[in-house]
Structure formats: structure tokens, C-alpha cells
Design a protein around this ligand. Structure first.
Ligand code: ATP
Ligand code: MG
Length: 363
């Protein structure tokens, strides 16, 4: 069986370091292993419109921003198809058929959708399109026959729902869809990186982000004003690691080599944590170290972005080609789906002949 990746992002803003550790970093690694036969990276503009109905310009602008972030992180158009969701009409068609395989009650139970409805204060005015976006996400994943979906923890309920749809479709109509698996980040801190304010999730919609495209000074300022342990007031006070955002970021980003380079008093993160717990280690010192680590990771990304920013026509060309390749694949799946559902009326001469014979013998 082919190994195929599908994943993506909503173009609701530039990408941040939560996206990087939650999904982007892994994608680039997987891409470069050469183990995958096909890779599809989707900019989910149609999904973003489900909760940005009145702001199409925001989505339009951020398509380019997200594409620039992708390229600067090392996604390579020669290995990965970067596509725009709305340009693949087959995805909408699949969504419509899958809607019959899901109940309203099941959608209402989806914990991520529940949280997002609260976050957006939709209350009794949830747009139907937003409510049903897990179904459209199932269409995105299955259209490319994805085997592997590398995403953050918040996507777990979506993949679960997709798997149910695949199971139901295949059981009802015959095996036309591939069962996908989620691929979560390796460490807990990367599953759901908190915001710089200590909020549970760094999110474009919450304004608590360090963006991949932030300049050096903005990153430094954001790090220096980050949420730590509110009980750690004097340097001599013992400090808490749990819920301390600075340490969570270090968990997600730092490697042992960083100590040799930027903080040689310690050998690894465990030593640093122990000292903080004991007391005698100030927040400023830890934040300065985190800043150095982040600058080291973000510097090359920033530099590559500056290069791609000089050639926007190239970026559009990448998107056009990626979308074309994606549509070809999605059309094959749609055709298999329609055949399985017995709605491929014009595909076979056989069907016409059968009816012709039935009526001509009756005369
Ligand atoms: P929005 O607020 O518009 O929903 P978002 O910041 O949640 O934006 P998405 O485009 O919904 O970003 O998510 C894209 C991918 O990034 C998903 O795989 C998601 O799991 C992952 N991701 C988003 N935020 C984080 C985070 N804070 N930590 C880890 N992974 C994340
Ligand atoms: Mg989101």
C-alpha cells in the first residue's frame, strides 16, 4: 500500500511556533525521509471561511502568508504538493455524500468543535458550515487516500470522526476509502503548545503567539514578558515547572547541544529544571536562554522567508501546480466513491445495454 500524507492549516493568520512544533517540523522531517509516496499539504481556505464569513479578504491575504511560512520551514514543492482547498471542487462533493453517514448528535459530541463554538461565542447562531467542518475534513483526508495525518492533539477528535466515516462508507458501499492514522508530535509539550500568556493553546485567534515570521526583537520581547510561575517571586524562591510556559517551550524546542552553546553551566534541561525547583535560579536567566534557543531555530526560517518574499509569482506558481496535482488525485477518489455509491451512470456501456436488453425483450 502507498504511504500518503495529508495535513494542513487554516489561512486565518501567519503560522506560529505552536504550528511548528505541533505539525510543521514533523512534516518537513517526514518529507525528507523519502518514505512517503505522496504528500499533500493543504491551505484550508474553505474551512477558514466557515467562521470568517464576513472577512474573505483576511483569508485571501493569509493564503500567501501561510505558503511563505511553509516554504521557509523547508516544505519542498518538488516533494510535497501545496494546495488550496477551495480549488479542488471534488472535496465539496465528497463532503456532501459523507454528510449522510454522520448524525447531528455525533457532531455535537465532538469535543474540539464544542470548545471552538464556545471560543467563538456562537451560542445559538452556529453556522451550519462550521458545525459540519469535521465532515469536510474527512473529505480532505480521504480524497487523497491519506494513510498518515501529522497534526497537533486538538485534531484527534477530527481524525476519529474521519475514521468512523471511512468505516461506515466502506461497510455500506464497498472498500473505496483508505483508513487514515493520526501522527501526534513526539513530546507532550509539542502536542498543544500554550500561548505566551499561559493560555492552554497558542492560537492565531487568541493573540498569544510567537510567529515564525516575527523579527528578532519581537521574539525577544515576547519571551521576556512570558508567563512563568506566579509564586516564584524572589530568585531564591523554589519554582514550579508544571504550567510554567517558559519550561514548556524549552521542552518543545531545546536540545542538549543548546546548553553547551548558550548556557554551559548546565548539561541538559533536567539539570536546569532541578535548579529552578530548588530555588536560586531567576526567570530572567531562563528566559534569556529560551530566547537564544528560539532565535537559533527561527533565524534560518526568517532568512529563507525573506528570499521567498522577493518572488511572490513563484509562490503562486507553487500553489497552482500543487492544486492541479491534488485535483487529479481527488478526481480519482471521487470517481471510485461514485462507482461504489452506484451513482456513476455514464461510466459504463454495460449499464445502458442492460436496460436496452430488458426493454427490448419485453416487446
Ligand atoms: P485557528 O485559531 O484559526 O483555528 P490555529 O492556530 O488553531 O488557528 P489551525 O490552522 O487550526 O491553527 O491548526 C493547524 C495545525 O496546527 C493543526 O495540526 C493543529 O493541531 C496544529 N496546532 C495549532 N495550534 C497548535 C498549538 N498551540 N500546539 C500544537 N499544535 C498546534
Ligand atoms: Mg484551529
Amino acid at each position: 500500500m502507498k504511504k500518503i500524507i495529508l495535513t494542513g492549516d487554516r489561512p486565518t493568520g501567519r503560522l506560529h511556533i505552536g504550528h511548528y512544533v505541533g505539525s510543521l517540523r514533523r512534516r518537513v522531517e517526514l518529507q525528507n525521509t523519502g518514505e512517503y509516496d505522496e504528500i499533500y499539504i493543504m491551505i484550508a481556505d474553505a474551512q477558514a471561511l466557515t467562521d470568517n464569513v464576513d472577512n474573505p479578504e483576511k483569508i485571501r491575504t493569509n493564503i500567501v502568508e501561510v505558503a511563505l511560512d511553509y516554504l521557509s520551514c523547508g516544505l519542498d514543492p518538488a516533494k510535497s504538493n501545496i494546495l488550496i482547498q477551495s480549488q479542488i471542487p471534488e472535496l465539496t462533493e465528497l463532503t456532501f455524500y459523507y454528510m449522510n453517514l454522520v448524525t447531528v448528535a455525533r457532531l455535537q459530541r465532538n469535543p474540539t468543535v464544542k470548545t471552538e463554538i464556545q471560543m467563538r461565542k456562537f451560542e445559538n447562531s452556529i453556522p451550519v458550515g462550521f458545525f459540519t467542518y469535521p465532515i469536510s475534513q474527512a473529505a480532505d483526508i480521504t480524497a487523497f487516500q491519506a494513510t498518515t495525518v501529522p497534526v497537533g492533539e486538538d485534531q484527534e477528535p477530527m481524525i476519529e470522526q474521519t475514521r468512523e466515516i471511512v468505516h461506515k462508507f466502506n461497510a455500506t458501499y464497498g472498500e473505496a476509502l483508505t483508513m487514515p492514522s493520526i501522527l501526534l508530535p513526539e513530546n507532550a509539550a509539542s502536542m498543544r503548545l500554550p500561548g505566551t500568556d499561559g493560555h492552554a493553546k497558542m492560537s492565531k485567534s487568541l493573540g498569544n503567539c510567537i510567529y515564525l515570521s516575527d523579527d528578532e526583537e519581537s521574539v525577544r520581547k515576547k519571551v521576556m514578558s512570558m508567563y512563568t510561575d506566579p509564586g516564584h517571586i524572589k530568585v531564591t524562591d523554589p519554582g514550579k515547572i508544571e504550567g510554567n510556559t517558559v519550561f514548556t517551550y524549552l521542552d518543545a524546542f531545546c536540545r542538549d547541544e543548546d546548553f553547551a552553546e548558550f548556557l554551559p553551566d548546565y548539561h541538559n534541561l533536567d539539570e536546569l529544571k532541578d535548579h529552578y525547583r530548588r530555588g536560586g535560579l531567576g526567570d530572567v536567566k531562563v528566559k534569556k536562554f529560551l530566547n537564544k534557543v528560539l532565535q537559533d531555530r527561527l533565524g534560518p526560517i526568517r532568512a529563507r522567508r525573506a528570499e521567498f518574499e522577493k518572488d511572490i509569482p513563484y509562490v503562486y506558481e507553487v500553489l497552482r501546480k500543487g492544486s492541479e496535482a491534488a485535483e487529479e488525485k481527488a478526481a480519482q477518489t471521487l470517481s471510485a466513491v461514485k462507482a461504489a455509491m452506484r451513482i456513476n451512470y455514464f461510466d459504463s456501456e454495460e449499464l445502458i445495454r442492460t436496460w436496452q436488453n430488458r426493454y427490448s425483450t419485453e416487446e
